[in-house]
Design a protein around this ligand. Structure first.
Ligand code: HDE
Length: 688
């Protein structure tokens, strides 16, 4: 029996059990969703079964082409809040008023893997932001690394083909450790600076919430008077810059391929909203001219020590998408989408992107009307998203009124709808840069130096991170079977730093070749501590946003557990009680406690710090359980704090845990859990 019911202003047909009525796409109520229409109980099915046909037909068409790059992604809604007005340098609406919030949708991604690949390969992360400003959508389509591989967009298809699965064999998925990638890299010395960044821990972020974001290119701000200022965009994570180490990330990929997607979803769910300081580097033409590199070259940074990052706002992600496909998958970003007050520069990488994204969205979403999909729709002033004379096309969702689908028109004089008109003063205006020259296919001499900043990066690193970089090169090149490619890479790396090249060569048991020729002299720039991940300015000693696991078993000390859990919670940690069994564990005082996760399902690689509270008999049992021993061994090997009571000591001994400042009693654990123990690394791992 069906009746009509009104909920939240909408009227639904509801069944007796209070569910909305199941209908076909065309609104016809469905009587049976379990069986096809047949002639007789065991007879043939009928072609007239529209309920079945429509359902299967829709299912067959559920997939759209995945993105050629950045296919694997996760998104969230939130807002940008302006905390310092930039009225003097740009007229962009979102930067005018302190306190004004602008809605955003952000999509994070890996680059090389397919949509179903793991979240945690060694890869650059995309950081694409759609700002729904009152003057239209602005897409800042950035990455978590401030530079890019190549200088000119014409090389992008070659770069991506070389990086993705090899063409004949269809592997490796989401990995750069193979012949074709390093063949291309070694033949294109302009990629050397990026090679340094991708071999660093930057490409192994622990969480989307703990990585930096960068707009990469130099853009232009334009103020009300028409004055231009160059700008580079930066995002700094409030939760601190946290990466994993290689062994850890490999283990996470096995334990939970959705690790970062899950983390984003769960963080927002528990109110631990990812947040970034939004900052800008502002500079003018004369500063740009004074630099020994070109600000139009996307393989270069401007060190923060040269142009400081000025914080102008915060980006907060506080709402999960309601539907992954409708929002995250259909979100479409275009660097060409600018708003009044923001403009491009002549960066030849950026210029190529201005064409590519628009083109790809039409292929992927199937229509030029993709801007009408809710997640892509401009919100605009007073809720009016857009108004123009563009009409028709596949999947037109809007119903424009009136006859006026051209401009100019004078229909308004007859009392009809005349439609919108241009606004010369306040509309989007391109900065009138004066340009002249011959048409050429050549690079400027100012783009010729490919090694100075690679050296700057290497020499700015903490020794622990240098060891990770050298070891990552050894790992990746060890997977390269073509000896001439390895040699060419080593020859290039000698121009970066002799010690780096020698460490990698030793790791590969190879002789160093002659250094490759350089097109420009390599300069020693002053080091930039701002670039460090390990012991750098964005490393935070905190438990806010971190996940701590407490391993217990039957008989664990109830008071110690309750106290530790409460203290960790007070310090801002997300606490997971891990036990050999999921469900109720009986504690020392006879009470029971529900474990949040099972030992085998929550390896310590997925946690930021661990504590262990065990009774003597439970510990005696667990030292014979390889998963438990591995749990502790990995926490130690991944340089994490380990807090424990006396009962857990035999398990630590079995796992080879040696005493250091990161191995503490329960009383000191909360403080200790706020960081990693980099000095331990030499004891547990041989690095290049
Ligand atoms: Fe992209 N890139 N890209 N890219 N890119 C795409 O657009 C492209 C580049 C970046 O979450 C594609 O919608 C060219 C730099 C992100 O949906 C495609 C060049 C940076 C995302 C495309 C570059 C990026 C993309 C594939 C060389 C950092 C994911 C699907 C000039 C500043 C956006 C799509 C999302 C996606 C082309 C270089 C970041 C094919 C031609 C540099 C974060 O259009």
């Amino acid at each position: 029996m069906e009746k009509l019911e009104s909920k939240g202003g909408e009227t639904h047909q509801v069944t007796d059990e209070d569910h909305p009525v199941l209908t076909t796409n065309h609104g016809v109520p469905v009587s049976d969703n379990q069986n096809q229409l047949k002639v007789g109980l065991r007879g043939p099915t009928l072609r007239e079964d529209e309920v079945f046909r429509e359902k299967i037909n829709h299912f067959d068409h559920e997939r759209i082409p995945e993105r050629i790059v950045h296919a694997r992604g996760s998104g969230a809604h939130g807002y940008f809040e302006c905390t310092e007005s930039l009225e003097d340098v740009t007229r962009a609406d979102l930067f005018q008023h302190v306190g004004r919030r602008t809605e955003v949708f952000v999509r994070f991604s890996t680059v090389t893997g397919g949509a179903g690949s793991a979240d945690t390969p060694r890869d650059v992360r995309g950081f694409a932001i759609k700002f729904y400003t009152r003057e239209g959508n602005w897409d800042l389509v950035g990455n978590n690394i401030p530079i890019f591989f190549i200088q000119d967009a014409i090389k992008f298809p070659d770069l991506i083909h070389a990086a993705k699965m090899e063409a004949d064999r269809g592997y490796p998925q989401a990995a750069t450790a193979h012949d074709t990638f390093w063949d291309f890299m070694s033949l294109m010395p302009e990629t050397t600076h990026m090679a340094m960044w991708i071999m660093s821990d930057r490409t192994l972020p622990r969480s989307f919430a703990t990585m930096q974001g960068f707009g990469i290119h130099t853009f232009r701000f334009i103020n009300r008077a028409g004055r231009p200022t160059f700008v580079k965009f930066h995002l700094k994570p409030k939760a601190g810059l946290v990466s994993t180490i290689w062994d850890e990330t490999v283990k996470i990929a096995g334990a939970d391929p959705d690790y970062q997607r899950r983390d984003l979803f769960e963080r927002i769910g528990r109110g631990d909203h990812p947040e970034w300081e939004v900052g800008v580097q502002l500079f003018d033409e004369s500063l740009a001219d004074s630099l020994p590199y070109d600000v139009l070259d996307a393989t270069k940074i401007i060190p923060e020590e040269v142009v400081a990052v000025r914080t102008i706002g915060r980006l907060v992600l506080d709402r999960r998408p309601d539907n992954f496909f409708a929002e995250t998958e259909q979100a479409a970003f275009c660097p060409s989408h600018l708003v009044p007050g923001i403009d491009h520069t002549n960066d030849p990488l950026l210029q190529g992107r201005l064409f590519s994204y628009q083109d790809t969205q039409i292929k992927r979403l199937g229509s030029t009307n993709w801007h009408q999909i809710p997640v892509n729709r401009a919100k605009g002033r007073e809720g009016c998203p857009f108004l123009n004379m563009q009409r028709d096309g596949h999947m037109q969702m809007d119903v424009p009124k009136g006859r006026a689908n051209y401009e100019p028109n004078s229909l308004h004089l007859a009392g009809e709808i005349g439609g919108p008109r241009e606004t010369p003063e306040s509309g989007f205006r391109t900065y009138p840069a004066a340009e002249e020259g011959e048409k050429v296919r050549r690079r400027a001499a100012s783009f010729a130096d490919h090694y100075t900043q690679a050296r700057l990066f290497w020499r700015s690193m903490d020794p622990a991170e240098q060891a990770h970089i050298a070891s990552a090169f050894v790992f990746e090149l060890s997977k390269v079977s073509l000896m001439h490619v390895r040699l060419r890479m080593l020859a290039n790396l000698r121009n970066v730093d002799e010690e780096l090249a020698a460490r990698i060569a030793a790791g590969l048991t190879m002789e160093l070749p002659e250094a490759s020729a350089t097109a420009a002299p390599v300069i020693d720039m002053p080091v930039s501590p701002a670039l460090r991940t390990v012991r750098g300015p964005l490393e935070r000693e905190t438990l806010l946003g971190r996940t701590v696991g407490i391993l217990i078993a039957d008989g664990s000390d109830a008071d110690a557990l309750r106290e530790l859990r409460a203290d960790l919670g007070k310090a801002g940690a997300h606490v997971l009680v891990v036990a050999p069994r999921i469900g109720a564990m009986s504690l020392s005082d006879g009470s029971t406690l529900e474990a949040d996760a099972q030992l085998f399902g929550q390896p310590s690689a997925t946690l930021d710090a661990v504590a262990i509270i065990l009774s003597d008999p439970a510990c005696a049992k667990l030292i014979r359980e390889v998963a438990a021993v591995q749990w502790v061994m990995d926490a130690f090997g991944h340089l994490k704090a380990i807090g424990h009571d006396a009962g857990a000591k035999p398990l630590l001994d079995r796992a080879g845990v040696e005493p250091d400042e990161g191995v503490t009693g329960l009383a000191d654990f909360v403080e200790a859990a706020k960081r990693r123990y980099w000095d331990r690394e030499q004891k547990v791992r041989t690095l290049a």
